[in-house]
Design a protein. Sequence first.
Length: 164
Amino acid sequence: MTIKVGDSIPASSFMWMGSDSEIDVRTSTNDEIFKGKKVAVFGLPGAYTPVCSADHLPGFVKVAEALLAKDVDSIVCISINDPFVMDAWAKEQGVGDKIQMLCDPTAAFTKAIGLELDLADFGLGIRSERYSMIVDDGVVSALNVEESILACDASSADALLAQA
């Protein structure tokens, strides 16, 4: 069942790269990410994929300051990738400290929110639908899911900015 507005974020954990070394892989729970915070979240099929690299992530980098000015505490990108790939992609895209790049390496979170997608025909395996949402203290207050992974309109940074 797909998550909807009013639902709580399911218990989960995410991996991400710290900055202490090249192998500084860290884990955070959903409570650490969402509890007591207003968080702008966007999920995407994968790092280095065409629409994700050309539109989705760059859009959020561009409007990060405007989102934070709307009382958003943090912005997170979630992808079914490993933390090393997400870190390299973030550096290439100039993310800096604007967006926390979170990994869902086993797709546990993505499956729990009902937004998994089988892209095996493209050599990608299980991935995420393209979406964006606002999460207020662990509860979804806005949700945008694209009808096609090739689209980046409903889940765009500008669309979420208007909802924040």
